[in-house]
Design a protein around this ligand. Sequence first.
Ligand SMILES: [Zn+2]
Length: 476
Amino acid sequence: MKKSLIILLAISLFSCKESKEDNSQKQEIQEQSLFVIKNVNIIPMTVDNTIVENATVVIDNKKIVAINGSIPAGAKVIDGKDKWLIPGLMDMHVHTNADLNFRKNAPTQGATFFMDTQDVMTTYITNGVTTILELDGRAEHFGQRNEIAKGKVIGPRMAIAPVINGGDQNNGGRIVNTVSDARQAVRSIKAEGYNFVKVYSRLNIESFEAIIDEAQKQGLKVVGHIPDAFKGQTEKAFIPNFGLVAHAEEFSKQIRNQAKTKKDAQYFAQLAKRNETWLIPNLIAIVKIRDQVQSLDSIRLMETLKYVHPLLQDKWLTSNNYNKHSSPEFINYLDSLITFHKEVVVAFKDAGVPMVAGTDAGVSGVVAGFSLHDELELLVDAGLTNEETLISATRLPAEWLGIETKVGTVEIGKYADLILLDSNPLEDIKNTRSINGVFVNGTWLNKKKIESLLMKLEQQNESDKDKYEWAKRREF
Ligand SMILES: [Zn+2]
């Protein structure tokens, strides 16, 4: 009893000290907008990508204003000696936790379960992920984006795409089964302020075509799944303005019950190439799924589990749908996907189809932020060079999102979304993890700040653990 009291006291003293430190750091963050990174090696990720050694980078009011110019007075100086500066990373396929309602909706009742936006965003920014594409967009995500824009939360830039699906309401997303409903759904999405549309697996062919056509008229690009209805006629899904396939798995699903060969991968690459459709390979999600189908220890022993919301930790461990369906056949099937998806990456690279990095963060086992570094390693393992892999997480996603004049490279005039690394990622892609500091939209997070943000999240999740049980979620 006494011992636990002492521990409790120690924790609360510690957290008190932490929060004071936090506040002073926040103040410093708010006051300081002029920075100089001295003697740093820049990997600009521009098309020619010439490394600028031993450079001075000046950041003022959120933007890079000079490279190798004079050092302005009053700047906070960051030592970049023997370090490497790359653009902030982008995750093009995420499912970010946001407020939701586990109970039946009543006219007077909104969300019943609330997510702290900073807690949701911390693992992105501390991992250098400064832009995300939310692929199950809801109104709550606009709320998160506003909190970030107001400076209440340090978080990534968010692009938000809501889902249009077919079949019945249980399938999730906005349900359309006719051409007119499909067109109306796109117009609503436009009116609500979304910038992209996500298409999903249960759409019928006419609705899929209508969505993509209407989206083009409305100036919205389309990303997503290849509906099951296209099985046996995959080529018909590749129509103009179907801009981005959400995972390599979309291709394996088209040929689910047959052997998957290199030739299939090459055929799909040709379809994408002809239609100028890009691909998010999304390799990590299937690897994580395979691991948890084999054993829940893969979740339980995960280094990064402690950063996941306790309710989801409980869900992943006690209500894991993947593990529930474990069988040797399922594991073999997932292994065959992992093999085939590598072939897809190679075929798409050979065909010159642009690929952008994405992780399905939010799927069980896929922890936001950390998972992007896993994905980069898998892309290299599949056959991309270190440089191609970095391009897939910086310049190319910026281009697809249409924000390439603002972010995606280290150049004068770009917003300061930057990662300072201790080691060169062009030599070893694992070095994207050697994070010394991150600029998020001009806000500098040094190593100490990154560690304290993660520590705070870990401690809070640990102390909240007993409050949340997935089985009792309807009570929330
Ligand atoms: Zn997804």
